[in-house]
Design a protein around this ligand. Structure first.
Ligand SMILES: NC(=O)c1ccc[n+]([C@@H]2O[C@H](COP(=O)([O-])OP(=O)(O)OC[C@H]3O[C@@H](n4cnc5c(N)ncnc54)[C@H](OP(=O)(O)O)[C@@H]3O)[C@@H](O)[C@H]2O)c1
Length: 335
């Protein structure tokens, strides 16, 4: 064991507020076992929603008791390899997506779980796994087709801006919601047909007036009233995919009293589907390869938010920034 140490962010307790749940600790830099590699993380993706919910103990498929490690995706450089490892060498760029592997300066990982990439950039990190989630949710859950009307909410965010482009590439008319004129411009630049700034336009009115036949496929990241409007405006055989409900993270879940959801969907033969990526892992590798091909052939743009977050200590601020809704594209922290 090396005498050198590195820093990582852990959840020391459950708390409503991410900042109140976490602390930075120092631990020794380990040596890889025979089948492992040691990676120096260069960038980690910020998943403000998941991070907040996991620190509240509310992610149903994750059964963790504090203290536990935080962060998921990271991109970095291999700095040591175990004796049995053939396919990785010191200096290789790799993306990793192990739970707890993101918010730390170094991580040990089984070599079979690391993905070799051309360069350790935040763009590649955005595609794996955020872009993968967008692609799988649209295609495998939403059954995305061509020549349909697709609505993406939080469309200028890390997940949303990839979904917008994938829906366009598939030949659809794409509507995207966002909360600023700067994001409207970004969405227009990405090919979005009808960006809607929900702070200056009424989403319900726009949908009713401009899309009287309804929306064929909704990729909803926001939830609450936005979900209600989306569900109300589904087309015949429309599909609504619940990708997240960021408007409720960090808050008490809103209790609503209204007729059951089947009253909305039955008469249109419409459907509402929950989506969490861990239950669709069988599609991850093919989705990743397609996304990287699209990116390297300049058919897909990756937008990384320009606000710099540097070091483990900046992660709580980065989570808060994402939840405040200010970000354009994927929020990352640099180590
Ligand atoms: N199911 C899965 O496997 C999976 C995987 C990845 C992500 N997700 C989900 O996808 C969503 C987006 O995640 P992300 O990490 O890519 O974040 P993000 O979209 O980069 O950032 C969040 C964005 O949400 C928008 N937003 C809209 N209403 C909001 C509100 N009331 N409060 C806060 N933000 C609001 C904000 O932009 P505007 O205000 O401009 O719209 C903000 O920029 C989240 O719900 C997340 O949980 C799910």
């Amino acid at each position: 064991m090396s005498s050198k140490v590195y820093r990582k962010l852990i959840a020391k307790q459950f708390a409503v507020d991410f900042k109140a749940a976490v602390e930075i600790i120092e631990v020794p830099i380990p040596e890889p076992a025979a089948d492992e590699i040691l990676v120096r993380n260069k960038f980690a993706g910020i998943n403000g929603g998941f991070d907040t919910l996991v620190c509240q103990g509310k992610v149903a498929y994750v059964n963790l008791t504090p203290p536990f490690d935080l962060g998921v995706e990271a991109v970095g450089e291999v700095v040591a390899v175990g004796d049995n490892v053939q396919n990785f060498h010191i200096g290789d760029a790799v993306v990793t997506t192990a739970k707890g592997g993101g918010y730390r300066e170094y991580q040990l990982i089984d070599a079979n779980l690391a993905i070799k990439v051309r360069q350790a950039t935040p763009e590649v990190l955005t595609l794996i796994p955020t872009g993968i989630s967008a692609l799988v949710a649209l295609e495998k859950v939403g059954k995305m087709k061509s020549n349909e009307v697709v609505l993406v909410t939080a469309a200028a965010g890390g997940t949303g801006h990839i979904a917008v482009q994938l829906a366009k590439l598939a030949g659809n008319h794409v509507i995207g919601t966002c909360g600023s004129q700067q994001k409207v411009q970004l969405l227009a630049n990405l090919g979005c047909d009808r960006p809607i700034n929900y702070r200056t336009e009424n989403l319900e009115q726009v949908l009713k007036q401009e899309y009287p036949h309804g929306i064929d496929l909704v990729f909803d990241c926001v939830g609450s009233q936005v979900f209600d409007v989306c569900a109300d405006n589904l087309a015949i055989r429309g599909r609504l995919v619940v990708v997240g409900f960021i408007s409720e993270y960090g808050k008490n879940i809103e209790e609503v009293t209204q007729p059951r959801i089947y009253h909305k969907i039955f008469w249109k033969a419409a459907s509402v589907h929950g989506f969490v990526m861990p239950f669709y892992q069988e599609h991850a590798a093919a989705a990743r390869d397609r996304l990287l091909d699209l990116f390297y052939s300049n058919q897909l743009k990756v937008v990384v938010d320009a606000t710099p977050f540097q070091g483990i200590e900046s992660i709580p601020a980065a989570v808060e920034y994402l939840l405040s809704g200010q970000n354009c594209g994927k929020v990352v922290v640099r180590f």
